[in-house]
Design a protein around this ligand. Structure first.
Ligand code: FAD
Length: 538
């Protein structure tokens, strides 16, 4: 049996972008908005506790838990790609580091043929979405829905040593990575409030759901876009074994994320001709760019055994967990209330670069003894240890997302093609050398017993690179698979080329991956898109 529902806007995906759109497009009260989410409501306790990140990482009830194809750049390993499948999307399972990216990233977006996407255009949207606990100025704002916490007085004491050592190694201190300059070392801000995660669902969707003109369907999989000729008219969904169509009077908006938005376009006949023909899908608009240009950051941890207590001792033993739990529940403080990435930084590893090419992460915790296939943040090493991580910022490697079947329930094929260019390899090599220089500075050297991973046997460039390829993994920033460009997938107003009344609004539209974390940039994109959609109302 098939039923039909009519809305003005049908949004696919309640993630970082979809939640912002649902809020903005329904605010006036004059539009009926439907949001289709494949996952469940976000009622699971560990979603809301910052360190619960370790619990949701592999939880298939709320996580797509993708595996990539074997990646030659990773020595043929198939990487694990968690993606949120729940209200809030990946913002419900991410590490909450709040970063906008470098002004130069957005200059590049605009230069790629996208007028209106330069730094001065996007800055007002970054300001509009946030409530910065540390105050407002020309870069930062208060009053927006996303509460951004300054954790300077709450981080583990070792973070101060990490910062001191990094300054000794030559990187300047930066008190606000989202201020005038991104470069430097400092404490990460997180999208948390009084110790609890502020996901896109909490900040944007919950308030929207109180409005009578908003309908949110959970456990509802969008299976294809419906058309009248080259005009999108609605979305077919599969919910509790039943297929039905939601009709969109104004527009269909895909916010299914960088893996699933290109998948849904391809399933709907918009994509590379050969691929669609292989799977017997009728071609509506041939475009080889759909699913192409996949960009992501890859990262690695260096792990150290130390003489001073770390979070390992605070949350490792059973009494530590009990104390941490009580401290969190009663006061919203302590290790459970913090992202594990406490300190961090952005650096240029060589002269001549116009922005940072390596990002640093400091974690006052180590999981060297952990088995692979688990992420036991709540079961760290039984000795004191800490980790310094790094990832690349600017990447020139390009991968691809392709449907593996015409069946919408089958996961798409993910080919990251990581570290496939010489400059990407050079960036991480120079990053690793700088990381070891940090560990060798007086502020850290004296308290380090030994480097556990990769360990002293790894010394030459070739050994460092081989170790990186063997141990690195995604830092969860896939993007650019429905690239915004005149010759890409969407135009500068995020309308799908060749199709009417269909937009893509999520990380997939990035023309180029920004040099940092992606949650805030995705929300910025959705904030800007909602203005455009209202301006274009027909
Ligand atoms: C483990 C992890 C850690 C991260 N850490 C950070 C961090 O510390 N800081 C940071 O800034 N960024 C971080 N990120 C990245 C950031 O969270 C994402 O870039 C961002 O949330 C992506 O937003 P999006 O709207 O593009 O997609 P998502 O937020 O992934 O939303 C897509 C939504 O669409 C739904 N969906 C997909 N297909 C369908 C379908 N066919 N039908 C119905 N619904 C569908 C999904 O279930 C999901 O809810 C992290 C990501 C992960 C996974």
């Amino acid at each position: 049996m098939s039923m039909s529902d009519e809305y003005d806007y049908v949004i696919v995906g309640a993630g970082s972008a979809g939640c912002v759109l649902a809020d903005r497009l329904s605010a006036s009260g004059s539009n009926r908005v439907a949001v289709i989410e494949a996952g469940p409501a976000d009622r699971y306790f560990w979603i809301h506790v910052p360190l619960g990140y370790g619990k949701t990482f592999y939880d298939r009830r709320i996580n797509w838990a993708y595996r990539t194809e074997p990646d030659p750049g990773l020595g043929g390993r198939a990487d694990y790609w968690p993606r949120g499948k729940v209200l809030g999307g990946s913002s419900s399972i991410n590490a909450m580091v709040w970063i906008r990216g470098d002004a130069a990233d957005y200059a590049d977006w605009e230069a790629a043929g996208n007028p209106g996407w330069g730094w001065s255009d996007v800055l007002p949207h970054f300001r509009r979405i946030e409530h910065n606990e540390a105050g407002a100025n020309e870069y930062r704002a208060q009053g927006g829905p996303v509460h951004v916490s300054d954790l300077t007085d709450r981080v583990h004491p070792l973070a101060a040593r990490f910062i001191a050592a990094t300054v000794q190694a030559g990187l300047p201190f930066n008190s606000d990575f989202n201020g005038p300059a991104q470069e430097g070392v400092g404490i990460y801000q997180t999208n948390t409030k009084a110790g609890w995660r502020v996901s896109a669902a909490r900040a944007f969707l919950r308030p929207a759901m109180r409005r009578a003109n908003v309908t949110v369907l959970t456990r509802a999989l969008a299976t294809r876009i419906m058309f009248d000729g080259s005009t999108a008219t609605g979305v077919e969904i599969l919910q509790s074994g039943t297929r039905r169509v939601l009709t969109a009077r104004r527009e269909v908006i895909l916010s299914a994320g960088a893996v699933n938005s290109p998948q849904l376009l391809q399933l709907s006949g918009i994509g590379p001709g050969d691929l669609l023909r292989t799977h017997g899908i009728e071609i509506r608009h041939e475009n080889a760019q759909v699913g192409a240009n996949l960009q992501d950051h890859v990262g690695i941890n260096y792990t150290y055994r130390t003489t001073v207590p770390t979070l390992n001792q605070e949350i490792g033993p059973w009494w530590g967990k009990l104390l941490a739990g009580a401290n969190f529940l009663l006061r919203g403080r302590g290790p459970l209330s913090l992202s594990m990435n406490q300190g961090g930084g952005f650096l240029r590893t060589r002269p001549g670069l116009d922005r940072a090419n390596v990002q640093l992460y400091f974690q006052a915790i180590s999981t060297h003894q952990a088995k692979t296939g688990s992420r036991p943040l709540l079961g760290p090493d039984d000795f004191p240890g800490f980790s310094i991580g790094l990832s690349n910022c600017v990447t020139t490697s390009r991968g691809r997302i392709s449907i593996s079947s015409a069946d919408p329930t089958a996961p798409p094929s993910i080919q990251p093609n990581s570290l496939s260019t010489a400059s990407d390899v050079q960036d991480v090599l120079e990053g690793m050398k700088f990381l070891r220089r940090i560990a060798d500075q007086p502020a850290l050297r004296d308290i380090i017993v030994e480097e556990l991973a990769p360990g002293p046997a790894v010394q030459t460039d070739a050994e460092l690179i081989a170790d990186f390829r063997a141990r690195c993994g995604t830092v969860y920033h896939p993007s650019c698979t429905c690239r915004m460009a005149p010759d890409g997938v969407v135009d500068a107003r995020l309308r799908v080329h060749g199709i009417h009344r269909l937009r893509v609004v999520d990380a997939s539209i990035f023309p180029q991956l920004i040099s940092g974390n992606t949650n805030a940039p995705v929300m910025m994109v959705a904030s800007k898109a909602s203005d455009m959609i209202e301006q274009d109302q027909v």
